[in-house]
Design a protein. Sequence first.
Length: 260
Amino acid sequence: MEEIIRFDDVKKSYGEKTIIENFNLSIEKGEFLTIIGSSGCGKTTILKMINGLIEPEYGNIFIKNRNINEENIIDLRRNIGYAIQGGVLFPHMTIEENISYVPNLLNKKNKEKTKEAVKKWISIVGLEEDMLERYPDELSGGQQQRVGIARALAASPDILLMDEPFGAVDEITRGQLQEEILDIHNRTGITIVFVTHDIAEAVKLGTKVLVMNEGKIEQYSSPKEMLKNPNTDFVKALVSRERKFCNLSEEEECKYSNAN
């Protein structure tokens, strides 16, 4: 398959603390990559490096074989959707204005194209068009999160970055949002990089799972391979926790994962 994101020997430190070092990773186009690991292991740092929100002090990151250090950072971000926990919508804008913010920058005078994009994505994330005139504080947490996803996708980006996007909603809403993002991925084929602290979520959503610990890759494989053949003691502990949480046998685990 075609590579869309690559990290080459990347290093990042905060003060005297090195978060990641000699980090190498290749992500193929159309993957749904979930990243899981211990707190402070570098998950969000890796995510934010992809759209240039954080810069490494060493190494290079490539999007479609182009070094992002040599790209216009604004243009780069317009082609990468970004959804975080809580959605972080503009409170003074209506839902329609929130979703259309980036498409308006891209489409400029073609307002009809922007309106079509807004209607398309508000429907895909399971919301009614009559919500477009409301403001964020008039919506529930789950609805706000759906708007955040619609906004991230409205410009039809090549890549969608998601940083624990469902962590602040209740379990029922979380399950619904998981199904919706899986459906969006299946329908669009967009490359998704999704940070989570929940092993069950990582296994359910990912075509690939990246397990990290202290800035290093413990395993990078399909969910099925991770569940059947954990590489390290750290991964074994995660798998054991997943089996206990879901009360699954090893055979059932393979069915539970999306078996890629």
